[in-house]
Design a protein around this ligand. Sequence first.
Ligand SMILES: Cc1cc2nc3c(=O)[nH]c(=O)nc-3n(C[C@H](O)[C@H](O)[C@H](O)COP(=O)(O)OP(=O)(O)OC[C@H]3O[C@@H](n4cnc5c(N)ncnc54)[C@H](O)[C@@H]3O)c2cc1C
Length: 385
Amino acid sequence: MKRVLISGAGIAGLTLACCLADFGWQVDVIEKAEGERKSGYMITFFGNGWGVAKKMKILDPIKEIRYPFQEFQYVDSLGKPYFNVRLDLVRKGFGQEYTYLRRPDFERILLERSKELSIHVKYKTQVAQVNEASDSVSVSFQNGDINSYDLVVGADGMHSGVRKMVFGEENQFSRYLGYGVAAFQTKYRGEIGGSVKIHQETNRSAIYYPVSEKAMDCVFMFPWTAERVPKENYKSVLLETYAGSKWISQDVIKRMPEQGIEYFDVLKQIQMQTWTKNHVCLVGDACACLSPLAGQGASMAMLEAFVLANELKKSASVKEGLLRYESILKSDIESRQIQAIHLTHRFVSTSTQETAWNRLVTRLEFSPLLVGRTAKVFKGKIHQI
Ligand SMILES: Cc1cc2nc3c(=O)[nH]c(=O)nc-3n(C[C@H](O)[C@H](O)[C@H](O)COP(=O)(O)OP(=O)(O)OC[C@H]3O[C@@H](n4cnc5c(N)ncnc54)[C@H](O)[C@@H]3O)c2cc1C
């Protein structure tokens, strides 16, 4: 029986854990968080991950999750809609293979599947050191334990610890896109009503998702340098960035508790020459981050995990499986990264002309005539799995 250590119990890590356990591997999953995450942000889910979820038999619980909005409204500085996108139309364009769920929903569904496969996640645990031997890897953990594995996988996200230990410093793999993203949930719902509201101004934009009668998820996007912000400054930086904003953004941010803003990060991609090294590899955002605004990072993380498990199953050796995994997916990820860069400018425009152009393109893309074509472009290559 082959042994794998997966560092990171996110979407990539748990998908990989389930697939490898299904193929008879002995799976250890470690996670640095205190426990199962309850907070997070809204995710669009479509494309390659859809097929993987079907194979993993988790598509039904994913589809059962429905948040109470039926359309997206682009609103002006008074909150007045100037353009609506109906979700039923978008779903039709995607052949009904399109939904919304929050990241914690995703994690819960994957954890339930993991439990059925007797996978145990060890929380508050991190790798301290990775030492490679000729056909195995010895891992020292931060609690002092040492263990040996046939494969170690860094599924630990954009700021991967395994990547740093085995492949090198994060900066050499970071492609900064020039923007920042903040996300949180709040009990203040302003005037958003029952539909998703998108408010775009020059150099900043915001999306508000109603998630219940009493709460909404917010995402803020704005130009930002590579600088990382300490958590205690998230709120003040956001307040400064949205000073003078015409609609509800300032109010929403002001009402947030000092430490209530969960996510604030620079927008970047991870671009690497190679995702694998002997008996260590990376999966998900750790090696192939498209950018949080690409709208398909979760879906592609699932595909990467699935392909990795499948190629390991088919191959005579771990090394061969890793090479096949990378060769199947890497060029597709690279072209999606190019697409993701263009998409970023659609979320935050830097001039009034660009805002006007973006409005026109969005109108065309989501018109009844073109939405099917738009879905095809967004989905990109669908891999046979
Ligand atoms: C605001 C926002 C909106 C997004 N919207 C979408 C969307 O609409 N559609 C979509 O598909 N994607 C979206 N994404 C992207 C998507 O969330 C990611 O691409 C996806 O979660 C990547 O999964 P992952 O498992 O590789 O990484 P993560 O989800 O980041 O999981 C990594 C896990 O590793 C753990 N970890 C980190 N470091 C260590 C360590 N040293 N040791 C152990 N564990 C560690 C983390 O705690 C985490 O649990 C969005 C992202 C953001 C931030």
